[in-house]
Design a protein around this ligand. Structure first.
Ligand SMILES: [Zn+2]
Length: 96
């Protein structure tokens, strides 16, 4: 099996560099909002390998991004699919 590397944009201190877990870039719940089918949610473009440590940070930031996004959508704000993908691709690795 090919060893995969952690593809986080910024690595947390505990990252071991190994892509030992699979991260959905756009989470399933958001993919559904966008009208994506399972095959798109689980496509290689939407999955990246992350170390356990980087994945833990990504998951906690995902909850915050998801909350902010749903607030904007409930206000009736138009948010493009491109912006949403970018939000989850980058902002997930920002440490407050
Ligand atoms: Zn990492």
């Amino acid at each position: 099996m090919v060893e995969r590397i952690c593809e986080a944009i910024h690595h947390v201190i505990g990252c071991n560099g190994r892509g030992e877990t699979e991260d959905h870039i756009v989470p399933r719940c958001v993919g559904k909002i966008l009208g994506w089918q399972e095959d798109k949610i689980n496509s290689v473009e939407n999955i990246r390998p992350l170390s356990g440590a980087c994945h833990a940070l990504a998951d906690s930031n995902t909850r915050r991004i998801y909350y902010d996004l749903t607030v904007r959508l409930k206000k009736g704000e138009k948010v493009s699919e491109e912006e949403i993908i970018n939000l989850f691709r980058r902002v997930k690795f920002i440490v407050d």
